[in-house]
Design a binder for this molecule. Structure first.
Ligand code: 5AD
Ligand code: FES
Length: 348
């Protein structure tokens, strides 16, 4: 006899022990379980944020990267990729486009590009915050030391996205080269929190070698760190990486995990990711209906977007920013929600 009591315990306590995590993961493929979790996840999301789905204008400003994560299309060893780096003026022009579309949050995302030193990023942050003081500015540019994160915070950055990728030492080693370490990644997340950033962590669902044990570690890690945002998406193979021939992660499992994360961190900001929309044309809508409440439309110039393919077949690479906004507004409405462009700060 299957024991479903763990579902009720999660719903009433918003907590799980590791043992309960494993019990839940074992029944997470069952429709009745997914439905019940999704219903409760949506109730919680609406309690904190109503019907609003928040937008984050994403600017992918450099695809140079000194790192070499085995899954990632812009890894250093991918020699078959043209590299680009936007100028400060080009980045400002993207912000302007975003501002005109109504977006009040900009996310500067890029590889770990050594050309963008701490000081250069700080200048850019100051310039954007001066031009758009009412906008929230998010950085997503990888691992740096405490003084650098501090410099950027003092320059005006509000938020930082750094997925932990996996909380398990053994899986971390299978996905990353020796030069990187899980302990440094976690150190970064703790530093960012200590500095007062709103922090986004997260992981991929279904990279090669991932088991339910690993996912339990991820959920326990999130429960402990309590980040303000959590980005999760299915792993998608990229043809110019060692994982080219591997299978993609499961859309259904990703969606069910969105509900679980909403229940563990009731007021978190949870994006329905582009990777989800890439594997399933209705993936983002399904994510919203399972408890997600953020969408991250791309603001980068279309000529660069193809070159920022972390995985194959990424959607929207040919679409202008205004087209994505209108498309998303329609998709969000069909899912029963309302796309808003305000800052959308974390609610305690
Ligand atoms: N498939 C899915 N997601 C990926 N990312 C990187 N490569 C892939 C891939 N092949 C994710 C990582 C990273 C985020 C920006 O994109 O989790 O943190
Ligand atoms: Fe970009 Fe639909 S979100 S075209």
């Amino acid at each position: 006899m299957t024991d479903y009591s763990v579902v009720d315990r999660l719903i009433s306590n918003n907590r799980l022990t590791r043992e309960e995590c494993l019990q839940l993961l074992a029944i997470l493929d069952q429709d009745q379980v997914k439905k019940k979790l999704a219903l409760e996840a949506c109730r919680l999301r609406e309690h904190y944020y109503g019907k609003k789905v928040f937008t984050r204008g994403l600017i992918e400003f450099t695809n140079y990267c000194r790192n070499n994560c085995y899954y990632c299309g812009i890894r250093r060893d991918n020699k078959g990729l043209d590299r680009y780096r936007m100028s400060e003026d080009e980045i400002m022009a993207c912000c302007h486009t975003g501002w005109q579309l109504g977006y009040r949050t900009f996310v500067l995302q890029g590889g770990e590009d050594p050309w963008f030193t701490g000081e250069r990023i700080a200048c850019l942050v100051r310039r954007i915050k001066e031009a758009y003081p009412e906008c929230a500015l998010t950085l997503s540019i990888g691992e740096h030391d405490y003084p650098t994160y501090k410099l950027w915070k003092e320059a005006g950055a509000d938020r930082y996205l750094l997925r932990h990728e996996t909380a398990s030492e053994d899986l971390y080693r299978k996905l990353h080269p020796e030069t990187m370490s899980l302990s440094n990644r976690i150190r970064c997340l703790r530093d960012l929190k200590a500095l007062g950033y709103q922090v986004g962590a997260g992981f991929m669902v279904g990279p090669p070698g991932q088991t339910m044990d690993h996912l339990a570690d991820d959920l326990m890690f999130l429960q402990d760190l309590r980040p303000e945002m959590v980005g999760i998406g299915p792993f998608i193979p990229h043809h110019q990486t060692d994982f080219a021939g591997e299978e993609a992660g499961s859309v259904d499992l990703t969606i069910a995990l969105l509900s679980v994360i909403r229940l563990l961190l009731p007021s978190c900001l949870l994006p329905a990711t582009t990777a989800l929309g890439t594997l399933d044309p209705l993936g983002r809508e399904k994510g919203l209906m399972a408890g997600a409440n953020v969408i991250m439309p791309n603001l980068s110039p279309t000529e660069n977007r193809k070159l920022y393919e972390l995985y194959d077949n990424k959607i929207c690479v040919d679409d202008q920013a205004d087209k994505c906004r209108d498309c998303l507004a329609g998709r969000v409405r069909i899912a029963g929600y309302e796309l808003v462009t305000e800052r959308g700060d974390f609610q305690e």
